[in-house]
Design a protein around this ligand. Structure first.
Ligand code: NAD
Ligand code: DAU
Length: 369
C-alpha cells in the first residue's frame, strides 16, 4: 500500500481520489485536519475499504513510526504542509513547525522503518516529496523558466520552509541512502481548492457579490497547472522517477493574475450571469500588494517530459472551464468550507490591507467579508 500525508487537502485529496479510481492498491491517508484539511473532499470514497484515514500530526515521530510498522507501505507521498503564502506572511511559525520540523520528523520515522525492510523492499521503497517552484525565487520578464539546476532563492516564509524541507529530503538520500524523489510544481487549480487561493477565492467572491481583490498591479505572472495533471505527474515520478532526482512540473501556461481573473469573469458571465445583467468585472478592486510578492514564476518541464513521458493534458482554457463548472455544481462544498475558520482568515488578511494603500479603486476591507 501507499502512505499519503495531507490527503485531505486540495492536491492530496485529488491524488487519493484518482489513485483509488485507477489502482487496486490501498492508501493510508494521514492528515492532521488543519483548517485546510477537509474529509468532505473524500466523501465519494469514504466507504471504500481500501482507504484508511488516520488523523495525526506528522510532527509526532512515534505515531508516524507506529503507523509505518503497522501498515508497511511501499511508498510515502508527502503532501502535508502549510501551503498559503499570505498566511506565512501573517504567521510564519506554523510553517516552520509543519514544513520543516514535520518533514524532519517524518523522515526520521521513515529512515527507521526503511532500515529494517528486507533488501528487495528496501530497494523498491520510495519517499516522494511534493514541493513547489517557489523555492527558486522570482524571475524577470525575460529570464528562462526554472530548471531543476536553478539555485534556491526562496522569498517568503512559506517558500523558505519548503526549501528547507527539500534540503532535508536531499540530505537523507545523500547521507543515509533513503530512496527519495522530489517534485517542484507550479500553481495548481481545480476542484476542492480552499478558497483562500486566487482562483477559488475569485469564483466564490464573484458569486457572492463581493469585491475581487487584485494585489498591486495584477501583473504578477504564475504558471498554472490543472490538479489532475499534477497528480498524473506524481504517479509517473513514483513509478519511474530516478532515486535522488528532482523533477520540475508545470503547465506551460504563464498568465498574469489580472488575465486569469478576466478569464474567470468571462466564464462566469456566460455560465452564471449576474441577476442585474452587469459583468462581474465591476467587482474588481485593487488592494495593497503582498509583502515581498514574487513577480514571475515559470517552469521548464522538459526533464519530466523527456525522461518519464509526462505532459499536461489540459490547456489553461479547458482546465479553467472544468474548474468553474465544478465550483458552480458544488456550491454546497463551498458553503461548508466557508462556514469555518476561512471567514476569520479573510478578516485578518484583507482588513489590514486598506490602512496604507494609495492605489485608486480600493474598496474598503469590509466589502470583502
Ligand atoms: P493544502 O493546504 O490544501 O493541504 C494541506 C494538507 O496538509 C491539509 O489537509 C492539512 O490538514 C494537512 N496538514 C497540514 N499540517 C499537517 C501536519 N502537521 N500533519 C499532518 N497533516 C497536516 O495544500 P495543497 O495546496 O494541497 O498542497 C499540497 C502540497 O503541495 C504542499 O506540500 C504544497 O507545498 C505543495 N504544492 C502546492 C501547490 C499549489 O498550487 N497548491 C503547488 C506546488 C506544490
Ligand atoms: O507556485 C506554487 C505555489 O502556488 C504553491 O507552492 C502554493 O502552495 C500555492 O498557494 C501557490 O502560491 P501563490 O502565492 O502563487 O498562490 P495564490 O493563489 O495565493 O496567489 C496567486 C497569485 O494571485 C499571487 O501572485 C497573489 C495573487 N493574489 C492572490 C490572492 C489570494 C491576488 O492578487 N489576490 C488575492 O486575493
Amino acid at each position: 500500500m501507499i502512505f499519503v500525508t495531507g490527503g485531505a487537502g486540495f492536491i492530496g485529496s485529488n491524488f487519493v481520489l484518482e489513485w483509488l479510481a485507477q489502482s487496486p492498491e490501498p492508501v493510508v491517508n494521514v492528515d492532521k485536519l488543519t483548517y485546510a484539511g477537509n474529509l468532505g473532499n473524500l466523501a465519494d470514497v469514504a466507504h471504500d475499504a481500501r482507504l484508511v484515514f488516520v488523523q495525526a500530526d506528522i510532527n509526532d515521530t512515534a505515531r508516524m513510526a507506529a503507523l509505518l510498522s503497522q501498515h508497511k507501505p511501499r511508498a510515502i507521498l508527502h503532501f502535508a504542509a502549510e501551503s498559503h503564502v499570505d498566511r506565512s506572511v501573517h504567521g510564519p511559525g506554523e510553517f516552520i513547525t509543519t514544513n520543516i520540523n514535520g518533514t524532519f520528523s517524518l523522515l526520521e520515522a521513515t529512515r527507521a522503518y526503511w532500515a529494517h525492510l528486507p533488501e528487495a523492499d528496501k530497494a523498491a521503497f520510495r519517499f516522494l516529496h511534493v514541493s513547489t517552484d517557489e523555492v527558486y525565487g522570482t524571475l524577470g520578464p525575460d529570464d528562462a523558466p526554472f530548471a531543476e539546476t536553478n539555485a534556491y532563492a526562496p522569498n517568503s516564509p512559506y517558500a523558505a520552509s519548503k526549501a528547507a524541507s527539500d534540503h532535508l529530503v536531499r540530505a537523507y538520500y545523500h547521507t543515509y541512502g533513503l530512496p527519495v524523489v522530489t517534485t517542484n510544481c507550479s500553481n495548481n487549480y481545480g476542484p476542492y481548492q480552499f478558497p483562500e487561493k486566487l482562483i477559488p477565492l475569485m469564483i466564490a467572491n464573484a458569486l457572492a457579490g463581493k469585491a475581487l481583490p487584485i494585489y498591486g498591479d495584477g501583473q504578477q505572472v504564475r504558471d498554472w497547472l490543472y490538479v489532475g495533471d499534477h497528480c498524473a505527474a506524481i504517479r509517473a515520478v513514483l513509478a519511474d522517477g530516478i532515486v535522488g532526482e528532482v523533477y520540475n512540473i508545470g503547465g506551460w501556461n504563464e498568465r498574469a493574475n489580472l488575465d486569469v481573473v478576466h478569464g474567470l469573469i468571462e466564464l462566469l458571465d456566460d455560465l452564471a450571469p449576474r441577476a442585474d445583467g452587469a459583468s462581474y468585472k465591476t467587482q474588481i478592486a485593487t488592494v495593497q500588494d503582498r509583502p515581498g510578492h514574487d513577480r514571475r514564476y515559470a517552469i521548464d518541464a522538459r526533464k519530466i517530459a523527456r525522461e518519464l513521458g509526462w505532459k499536461p493534458v489540459e490547456t489553461f482554457e479547458t482546465g479553467i472551464r472544468k474548474t468553474v463548472q465544478w465550483y458552480l455544481a458544488n456550491s454546497d462544498w463551498m458553503k461548508d468550507v466557508q462556514s469555518g475558520d476561512y471567514l476569520k482568515w479573510l478578516e485578518r488578511n484583507y482588513a489590514g490591507r486598506d490602512s496604507n494603500v494609495t492605489q485608486p479603486g480600493l474598496v474598503k476591507a469590509a466589502s470583502f467579508l
